[in-house]
Design a protein around this ligand. Structure first.
Ligand code: FES
Length: 97
């Protein structure tokens, strides 16, 4: 029953929880490719956590950043107009924290 509510979790996510929007505006601007890139880069799938516990990944519905699609949210930070290169920069930035 608890799994019905996407904001409630039955196990801990990573220190940095990456939520990639694949809803319509983002999808039209390459969000599926961005999500696939994140999966490859982190080596985890939807709602999975990296072995070191640093990152978790989730495919989500609209996060309200449609004008800057494709977009993702990491904890409370928004990252927009994503490209694979920008995803690399974002992940590297969190790894250095
Ligand atoms: S559709 Fe992706 S932020 Fe709205």
């Amino acid at each position: 029953m608890i799994s019905y509510y996407s904001m409630l979790r039955t196990r801990p996510m990573g220190r940095y929880h990456v939520q990639v929007c694949t809803n319509i505006s983002c999808m039209l601007r390459g969000a599926e490719e961005i999500f696939d890139y994140c999966r490859q880069k982190l080596g985890v799938g939807h709602k999975q956590v990296t072995a070191d516990g640093v990152f978790s990944l989730e495919e989500v519905e609209c996060i309200g950043a449609c004008s800057w699609a494709p977009a993702m949210q990491v904890n409370y930070d928004f990252h927009e107009n994503l490209t694979p290169e920008k995803v690399d920069e974002v992940f590297d930035g969190y790894k250095r924290k």
